[in-house]
Design a protein around this ligand. Structure first.
Ligand code: PMP
Length: 397
Protein backbone atom coordinates (compact mmCIF):
# COMPACT_ATOMS: atom_id res chain seq x y z
CA UNK A 1 0.00 0.00 0.00
CA UNK A 2 1.31 3.47 -0.93
CA UNK A 3 0.49 5.94 1.82
CA UNK A 4 0.82 9.70 1.62
CA UNK A 5 3.26 10.37 4.45
CA UNK A 6 5.44 13.18 5.74
CA UNK A 7 8.40 13.36 8.12
CA UNK A 8 6.13 12.83 11.14
CA UNK A 9 4.23 9.79 9.83
CA UNK A 10 6.84 7.98 7.71
CA UNK A 11 7.58 5.64 10.64
CA UNK A 12 4.00 4.34 10.63
CA UNK A 13 4.16 3.45 6.94
CA UNK A 14 7.49 1.69 7.64
CA UNK A 15 5.95 -0.31 10.48
CA UNK A 16 2.99 -1.30 8.32
CA UNK A 17 5.38 -2.35 5.55
CA UNK A 18 7.29 -4.53 8.03
CA UNK A 19 4.05 -6.17 9.13
CA UNK A 20 3.14 -6.84 5.49
CA UNK A 21 6.55 -8.32 4.71
CA UNK A 22 6.59 -10.57 7.78
CA UNK A 23 3.10 -11.86 7.07
CA UNK A 24 1.76 -10.38 10.32
CA UNK A 25 -0.47 -7.72 8.76
CA UNK A 26 -4.01 -8.25 9.97
CA UNK A 27 -6.19 -8.41 6.85
CA UNK A 28 -9.80 -8.47 7.97
CA UNK A 29 -12.23 -10.51 5.83
CA UNK A 30 -15.47 -8.75 4.92
CA UNK A 31 -18.61 -10.77 5.67
CA UNK A 32 -21.42 -10.18 3.19
CA UNK A 33 -24.11 -12.17 4.99
CA UNK A 34 -25.68 -12.44 8.43
CA UNK A 35 -23.63 -14.16 11.13
CA UNK A 36 -24.22 -17.91 11.42
CA UNK A 37 -22.95 -21.43 10.81
CA UNK A 38 -22.51 -20.49 7.16
CA UNK A 39 -21.46 -17.03 6.04
CA UNK A 40 -20.48 -15.40 2.72
CA UNK A 41 -17.09 -13.83 2.10
CA UNK A 42 -15.99 -12.62 -1.35
CA UNK A 43 -19.19 -14.01 -2.84
CA UNK A 44 -18.38 -17.50 -1.56
CA UNK A 45 -20.32 -19.47 1.05
CA UNK A 46 -18.16 -20.76 3.88
CA UNK A 47 -18.77 -22.93 6.93
CA UNK A 48 -17.88 -20.60 9.76
CA UNK A 49 -15.62 -21.70 12.64
CA UNK A 50 -14.35 -18.23 13.57
CA UNK A 51 -17.24 -16.67 15.46
CA UNK A 52 -17.72 -16.67 19.23
CA UNK A 53 -21.44 -16.77 18.53
CA UNK A 54 -21.58 -20.01 20.54
CA UNK A 55 -25.36 -20.34 20.59
CA UNK A 56 -26.16 -18.90 17.18
CA UNK A 57 -27.99 -15.96 18.76
CA UNK A 58 -26.30 -13.26 16.64
CA UNK A 59 -29.00 -13.71 14.02
CA UNK A 60 -31.79 -15.22 16.08
CA UNK A 61 -35.35 -14.13 15.11
CA UNK A 62 -36.37 -13.56 18.76
CA UNK A 63 -33.42 -11.21 19.36
CA UNK A 64 -34.11 -9.41 16.07
CA UNK A 65 -37.74 -8.88 17.04
CA UNK A 66 -36.83 -7.67 20.53
CA UNK A 67 -34.42 -5.12 19.02
CA UNK A 68 -37.07 -3.92 16.52
CA UNK A 69 -39.73 -3.56 19.25
CA UNK A 70 -37.34 -1.61 21.47
CA UNK A 71 -36.42 0.75 18.62
CA UNK A 72 -40.13 1.44 18.05
CA UNK A 73 -40.61 2.27 21.71
CA UNK A 74 -37.36 3.90 22.81
CA UNK A 75 -35.37 4.76 19.67
CA UNK A 76 -31.76 3.79 19.15
CA UNK A 77 -29.16 5.85 21.01
CA UNK A 78 -28.75 6.05 24.78
CA UNK A 79 -28.45 9.87 24.62
CA UNK A 80 -25.29 10.25 26.66
CA UNK A 81 -23.37 8.87 29.57
CA UNK A 82 -25.77 7.21 32.03
CA UNK A 83 -24.50 9.02 35.11
CA UNK A 84 -25.20 12.36 33.41
CA UNK A 85 -28.24 11.81 31.21
CA UNK A 86 -30.02 9.08 33.18
CA UNK A 87 -30.37 5.47 32.29
CA UNK A 88 -32.96 3.78 30.13
CA UNK A 89 -35.30 1.39 31.91
CA UNK A 90 -34.01 -1.42 29.66
CA UNK A 91 -30.47 -1.01 31.04
CA UNK A 92 -31.85 -1.32 34.53
CA UNK A 93 -33.93 -4.38 33.61
CA UNK A 94 -30.99 -6.05 31.91
CA UNK A 95 -28.76 -5.59 34.94
CA UNK A 96 -31.40 -7.04 37.25
CA UNK A 97 -32.03 -9.99 34.94
CA UNK A 98 -28.32 -10.73 34.52
CA UNK A 99 -27.71 -10.64 38.28
CA UNK A 100 -30.54 -13.07 38.84
CA UNK A 101 -29.44 -15.32 35.92
CA UNK A 102 -25.92 -15.53 37.31
CA UNK A 103 -27.01 -15.84 40.93
CA UNK A 104 -25.04 -12.70 41.84
CA UNK A 105 -26.06 -9.90 44.24
CA UNK A 106 -25.93 -7.23 41.55
CA UNK A 107 -24.73 -6.40 38.05
CA UNK A 108 -23.59 -3.40 36.03
CA UNK A 109 -23.29 -3.38 32.25
CA UNK A 110 -20.63 -1.75 30.09
CA UNK A 111 -20.19 -1.14 26.38
CA UNK A 112 -18.07 -4.28 25.95
CA UNK A 113 -16.21 -6.96 27.86
CA UNK A 114 -13.01 -5.06 27.14
CA UNK A 115 -14.27 -1.89 28.80
CA UNK A 116 -15.71 -3.93 31.70
CA UNK A 117 -12.15 -5.05 32.50
CA UNK A 118 -10.75 -1.53 31.99
CA UNK A 119 -13.38 -0.22 34.40
CA UNK A 120 -13.20 -2.84 37.10
CA UNK A 121 -9.51 -3.47 37.76
CA UNK A 122 -8.45 0.19 38.24
CA UNK A 123 -11.51 0.72 40.48
CA UNK A 124 -10.35 -2.06 42.81
CA UNK A 125 -6.59 -1.54 42.96
CA UNK A 126 -4.14 1.31 42.37
CA UNK A 127 -0.58 2.43 43.02
CA UNK A 128 0.97 0.54 45.95
CA UNK A 129 -1.44 -2.41 45.49
CA UNK A 130 -0.71 -5.76 43.87
CA UNK A 131 -2.45 -7.92 41.26
CA UNK A 132 -1.76 -11.65 40.82
CA UNK A 133 -2.59 -12.35 37.19
CA UNK A 134 -2.53 -15.63 35.23
CA UNK A 135 0.24 -15.45 32.62
CA UNK A 136 -2.22 -16.23 29.81
CA UNK A 137 -4.93 -13.74 30.74
CA UNK A 138 -6.74 -11.87 27.97
CA UNK A 139 -5.38 -8.56 26.62
CA UNK A 140 -8.22 -6.58 28.21
CA UNK A 141 -7.27 -7.92 31.66
CA UNK A 142 -3.64 -7.07 31.01
CA UNK A 143 -4.57 -3.54 29.91
CA UNK A 144 -6.88 -3.11 32.92
CA UNK A 145 -4.02 -4.19 35.20
CA UNK A 146 -1.60 -1.74 33.56
CA UNK A 147 -4.11 1.08 33.74
CA UNK A 148 -4.53 0.54 37.49
CA UNK A 149 -0.82 1.29 38.17
CA UNK A 150 -0.77 -1.56 40.69
CA UNK A 151 2.21 -3.94 40.71
CA UNK A 152 1.47 -6.89 38.43
CA UNK A 153 2.73 -10.32 39.49
CA UNK A 154 2.13 -12.92 36.76
CA UNK A 155 1.76 -16.52 37.94
CA UNK A 156 2.20 -19.59 35.74
CA UNK A 157 -0.87 -20.55 33.76
CA UNK A 158 -3.50 -22.32 35.90
CA UNK A 159 -0.77 -23.16 38.45
CA UNK A 160 -2.25 -22.74 41.93
CA UNK A 161 1.01 -23.75 43.66
CA UNK A 162 2.85 -21.00 41.82
CA UNK A 163 0.08 -18.56 42.76
CA UNK A 164 0.52 -19.53 46.44
CA UNK A 165 4.26 -19.13 46.14
CA UNK A 166 4.01 -15.71 44.46
CA UNK A 167 1.58 -14.52 47.15
CA UNK A 168 3.99 -15.65 49.90
CA UNK A 169 6.91 -13.90 48.19
CA UNK A 170 5.02 -10.63 47.87
CA UNK A 171 5.31 -8.95 51.22
CA UNK A 172 4.83 -5.29 50.50
CA UNK A 173 1.42 -4.33 49.25
CA UNK A 174 -1.71 -2.35 49.98
CA UNK A 175 -4.80 -4.06 48.56
CA UNK A 176 -4.53 -7.36 46.69
CA UNK A 177 -6.45 -8.83 43.73
CA UNK A 178 -6.24 -12.21 41.96
CA UNK A 179 -7.49 -12.15 38.39
CA UNK A 180 -7.96 -15.01 35.95
CA UNK A 181 -9.78 -15.84 32.75
CA UNK A 182 -12.48 -18.46 33.32
CA UNK A 183 -12.04 -20.19 29.96
CA UNK A 184 -8.79 -19.48 28.12
CA UNK A 185 -9.76 -18.66 24.57
CA UNK A 186 -6.70 -19.98 22.75
CA UNK A 187 -6.63 -23.46 24.35
CA UNK A 188 -10.19 -23.86 25.63
CA UNK A 189 -9.01 -24.93 29.10
CA UNK A 190 -10.83 -23.89 32.28
CA UNK A 191 -9.26 -22.12 35.27
CA UNK A 192 -9.18 -24.24 38.47
CA UNK A 193 -11.48 -21.73 40.13
CA UNK A 194 -12.36 -23.69 43.31
CA UNK A 195 -8.65 -24.05 44.16
CA UNK A 196 -7.96 -20.41 43.29
CA UNK A 197 -10.86 -19.41 45.52
CA UNK A 198 -9.38 -21.43 48.42
CA UNK A 199 -6.09 -19.55 48.06
CA UNK A 200 -7.82 -16.16 47.76
CA UNK A 201 -9.94 -16.92 50.79
CA UNK A 202 -6.99 -18.16 52.86
CA UNK A 203 -5.10 -14.91 52.27
CA UNK A 204 -8.10 -12.57 52.23
CA UNK A 205 -7.43 -11.46 48.63
CA UNK A 206 -10.13 -10.14 46.27
CA UNK A 207 -10.89 -12.59 43.44
CA UNK A 208 -12.02 -11.65 39.95
CA UNK A 209 -12.79 -14.02 37.05
CA UNK A 210 -13.38 -13.10 33.39
CA UNK A 211 -16.03 -15.49 32.11
CA UNK A 212 -16.25 -14.17 28.54
CA UNK A 213 -15.96 -17.66 27.01
CA UNK A 214 -17.86 -19.46 29.78
CA UNK A 215 -21.05 -17.47 29.53
CA UNK A 216 -23.73 -19.36 27.63
CA UNK A 217 -21.38 -22.34 27.56
CA UNK A 218 -20.72 -23.54 31.14
CA UNK A 219 -23.12 -24.02 34.04
CA UNK A 220 -26.87 -24.66 34.07
CA UNK A 221 -28.39 -23.19 30.89
CA UNK A 222 -25.12 -21.34 30.28
CA UNK A 223 -25.01 -19.46 33.58
CA UNK A 224 -21.22 -19.51 33.41
CA UNK A 225 -18.19 -20.66 35.34
CA UNK A 226 -19.40 -19.62 38.80
CA UNK A 227 -22.46 -21.82 38.36
CA UNK A 228 -20.36 -24.59 36.77
CA UNK A 229 -18.28 -24.87 39.97
CA UNK A 230 -21.15 -23.89 42.29
CA UNK A 231 -19.16 -20.98 43.69
CA UNK A 232 -22.09 -18.57 44.08
CA UNK A 233 -21.37 -15.78 46.54
CA UNK A 234 -17.69 -16.73 46.74
CA UNK A 235 -16.22 -14.89 43.76
CA UNK A 236 -16.03 -11.15 44.48
CA UNK A 237 -16.44 -10.03 40.92
CA UNK A 238 -17.17 -11.70 37.60
CA UNK A 239 -16.65 -10.11 34.19
CA UNK A 240 -18.70 -11.17 31.22
CA UNK A 241 -19.48 -10.20 27.69
CA UNK A 242 -22.66 -10.17 25.65
CA UNK A 243 -20.68 -10.24 22.39
CA UNK A 244 -20.07 -13.97 22.36
CA UNK A 245 -22.75 -16.49 23.43
CA UNK A 246 -25.36 -13.74 23.91
CA UNK A 247 -24.91 -12.86 20.25
CA UNK A 248 -25.00 -9.07 20.69
CA UNK A 249 -22.40 -6.74 22.24
CA UNK A 250 -21.83 -5.36 25.72
CA UNK A 251 -19.92 -6.00 28.94
CA UNK A 252 -21.11 -7.45 32.23
CA UNK A 253 -19.77 -7.09 35.73
CA UNK A 254 -21.64 -9.22 38.25
CA UNK A 255 -20.80 -9.79 41.88
CA UNK A 256 -21.03 -8.38 45.36
CA UNK A 257 -23.34 -5.36 45.59
CA UNK A 258 -20.70 -3.25 47.30
CA UNK A 259 -18.37 -3.66 44.30
CA UNK A 260 -21.11 -3.02 41.74
CA UNK A 261 -22.21 0.16 43.55
CA UNK A 262 -18.55 1.24 43.71
CA UNK A 263 -18.23 0.75 39.93
CA UNK A 264 -21.24 3.03 39.38
CA UNK A 265 -19.21 5.72 41.18
CA UNK A 266 -15.70 4.91 40.00
CA UNK A 267 -15.86 2.78 36.82
CA UNK A 268 -14.48 5.26 34.32
CA UNK A 269 -16.02 3.81 31.13
CA UNK A 270 -19.38 3.93 32.97
CA UNK A 271 -18.86 7.56 33.99
CA UNK A 272 -17.32 8.89 30.80
CA UNK A 273 -18.63 6.79 27.90
CA UNK A 274 -22.17 6.34 26.61
CA UNK A 275 -24.14 3.21 27.41
CA UNK A 276 -25.11 0.23 25.27
CA UNK A 277 -27.61 1.15 22.55
CA UNK A 278 -31.32 0.48 23.02
CA UNK A 279 -31.62 -2.37 20.45
CA UNK A 280 -28.49 -4.06 21.83
CA UNK A 281 -29.87 -3.88 25.35
CA UNK A 282 -33.27 -5.25 24.34
CA UNK A 283 -31.67 -8.08 22.34
CA UNK A 284 -29.51 -9.01 25.35
CA UNK A 285 -32.58 -9.10 27.58
CA UNK A 286 -34.19 -11.46 25.09
CA UNK A 287 -31.05 -13.63 25.08
CA UNK A 288 -31.26 -13.99 28.88
CA UNK A 289 -34.95 -14.92 28.57
CA UNK A 290 -34.15 -17.48 25.93
CA UNK A 291 -31.38 -19.10 27.98
CA UNK A 292 -33.38 -19.10 31.21
CA UNK A 293 -36.32 -20.84 29.57
CA UNK A 294 -34.38 -23.52 27.71
CA UNK A 295 -31.05 -25.31 27.78
CA UNK A 296 -31.56 -26.60 24.24
CA UNK A 297 -29.03 -24.37 22.49
CA UNK A 298 -26.34 -25.01 25.12
CA UNK A 299 -26.89 -28.75 24.66
CA UNK A 300 -26.70 -28.41 20.86
CA UNK A 301 -23.41 -26.50 21.21
CA UNK A 302 -21.85 -29.21 23.37
CA UNK A 303 -23.15 -32.01 21.12
CA UNK A 304 -21.57 -30.34 18.08
CA UNK A 305 -18.28 -29.73 19.88
CA UNK A 306 -18.15 -33.32 21.16
CA UNK A 307 -18.71 -34.72 17.69
CA UNK A 308 -16.07 -32.45 16.13
CA UNK A 309 -13.49 -33.30 18.80
CA UNK A 310 -14.08 -37.06 18.54
CA UNK A 311 -13.93 -37.11 14.76
CA UNK A 312 -10.84 -34.89 14.55
CA UNK A 313 -9.03 -37.06 17.07
CA UNK A 314 -10.02 -40.17 15.13
CA UNK A 315 -8.48 -38.61 12.03
CA UNK A 316 -5.23 -38.23 13.94
CA UNK A 317 -5.19 -34.47 14.63
CA UNK A 318 -3.63 -33.12 17.82
CA UNK A 319 -6.45 -31.07 19.36
CA UNK A 320 -4.70 -29.97 22.56
CA UNK A 321 -6.40 -30.12 25.94
CA UNK A 322 -9.59 -28.17 25.47
CA UNK A 323 -12.38 -28.68 28.01
CA UNK A 324 -14.84 -26.47 26.12
CA UNK A 325 -16.23 -26.10 22.58
CA UNK A 326 -13.03 -24.31 21.48
CA UNK A 327 -10.83 -26.71 19.48
CA UNK A 328 -7.19 -25.71 18.94
CA UNK A 329 -5.92 -27.77 16.01
CA UNK A 330 -2.27 -27.83 17.03
CA UNK A 331 0.09 -27.47 14.08
CA UNK A 332 3.23 -25.97 15.64
CA UNK A 333 4.72 -24.04 12.77
CA UNK A 334 3.03 -20.72 12.00
CA UNK A 335 3.56 -21.04 8.24
CA UNK A 336 1.90 -24.46 8.29
CA UNK A 337 -1.02 -23.05 10.31
CA UNK A 338 -1.47 -20.21 7.81
CA UNK A 339 -1.27 -22.59 4.88
CA UNK A 340 -3.79 -24.88 6.56
CA UNK A 341 -6.24 -22.01 7.08
CA UNK A 342 -5.76 -20.84 3.47
CA UNK A 343 -6.44 -24.32 2.07
CA UNK A 344 -9.52 -24.64 4.29
CA UNK A 345 -10.81 -21.33 2.95
CA UNK A 346 -10.29 -22.43 -0.64
CA UNK A 347 -12.34 -25.52 0.18
CA UNK A 348 -15.23 -23.67 1.86
CA UNK A 349 -14.23 -23.64 5.55
CA UNK A 350 -13.44 -20.48 7.52
CA UNK A 351 -11.13 -21.18 10.48
CA UNK A 352 -8.39 -18.81 11.58
CA UNK A 353 -4.68 -19.55 11.99
CA UNK A 354 -3.26 -18.20 15.23
CA UNK A 355 0.45 -17.77 15.83
CA UNK A 356 2.99 -15.85 17.91
CA UNK A 357 2.56 -13.45 19.76
CA UNK A 358 -1.08 -14.47 20.45
CA UNK A 359 0.16 -17.97 21.37
CA UNK A 360 3.74 -19.04 22.28
CA UNK A 361 6.28 -19.53 19.48
CA UNK A 362 6.12 -23.04 17.99
CA UNK A 363 2.51 -23.49 19.18
CA UNK A 364 0.68 -22.15 16.15
CA UNK A 365 -2.73 -23.59 15.52
CA UNK A 366 -5.95 -23.31 13.59
CA UNK A 367 -8.66 -22.46 16.07
CA UNK A 368 -12.03 -24.11 15.47
CA UNK A 369 -14.90 -22.38 17.26
CA UNK A 370 -17.92 -24.64 17.48
CA UNK A 371 -21.43 -23.26 17.76
CA UNK A 372 -25.01 -24.43 18.07
CA UNK A 373 -25.62 -22.79 14.68
CA UNK A 374 -23.86 -25.60 12.78
CA UNK A 375 -26.12 -28.27 11.28
CA UNK A 376 -25.12 -31.91 11.08
CA UNK A 377 -24.50 -31.38 7.35
CA UNK A 378 -22.18 -28.41 8.08
CA UNK A 379 -20.12 -30.53 10.46
CA UNK A 380 -19.90 -33.53 8.13
CA UNK A 381 -18.84 -31.37 5.20
CA UNK A 382 -16.32 -29.46 7.32
CA UNK A 383 -14.81 -32.64 8.76
CA UNK A 384 -14.27 -33.93 5.22
CA UNK A 385 -12.44 -30.70 4.40
CA UNK A 386 -10.27 -30.83 7.53
CA UNK A 387 -9.27 -34.38 6.60
CA UNK A 388 -8.54 -33.44 2.99
CA UNK A 389 -6.35 -30.48 3.97
CA UNK A 390 -4.70 -32.40 6.83
CA UNK A 391 -3.66 -35.17 4.43
CA UNK A 392 -2.58 -32.78 1.69
CA UNK A 393 -0.27 -30.92 4.09
CA UNK A 394 1.04 -34.10 5.71
CA UNK A 395 -0.43 -33.35 9.14
CA UNK A 396 -2.38 -36.64 9.30
CA UNK A 397 -2.07 -39.96 7.43
N1 PMP B 1 -12.30 -11.04 27.98
C1 PMP B 1 -12.00 -12.15 27.30
C2 PMP B 1 -11.45 -13.33 28.04
C3 PMP B 1 -12.20 -12.23 25.91
O1 PMP B 1 -11.91 -13.32 25.22
C4 PMP B 1 -12.75 -11.09 25.26
C5 PMP B 1 -13.03 -11.08 23.76
N2 PMP B 1 -12.07 -11.57 22.95
C6 PMP B 1 -13.03 -9.96 26.00
C7 PMP B 1 -12.82 -9.97 27.37
C8 PMP B 1 -13.58 -8.72 25.35
O2 PMP B 1 -14.94 -8.86 25.13
P1 PMP B 1 -15.68 -7.86 24.14
O3 PMP B 1 -15.52 -8.42 22.78
O4 PMP B 1 -17.10 -7.86 24.64
O5 PMP B 1 -15.03 -6.54 24.31
Amino acid sequence: MDYEVDRKTQWIADELQTLQESGLFNQIPVIESAMGGRIRIGGKELINFCANDYLGLANHPRLQQAARDAIEKYGIGPGAVRSIAGTNVLHQQLEERLASFKGADACITFQSGFTANLATIPALVGRGDVIFSDRLNHASIIDGCRLSRATIVAYEHNDVDDLQEKIRQTTEYGRRLIVTDGVFSMDGDIAPLPAIYEVANEHGIMLMVDDAHGEGVLGRNGRGIVDHFDLHGKIDVEIGTMSKAFGVVGGIVAGKRVIIDWLRQRGRPFLFSSAMTIPDTAACLEAVDLLESSGELVQALWANAKLMKAEMQKMGFDIGHSETPIIPLMLGDVKLARQFSKELLENGVFAMAIGYPTVPEGKARVRVMNTAAHSQADLEEALGTFQLVGRKLGVID
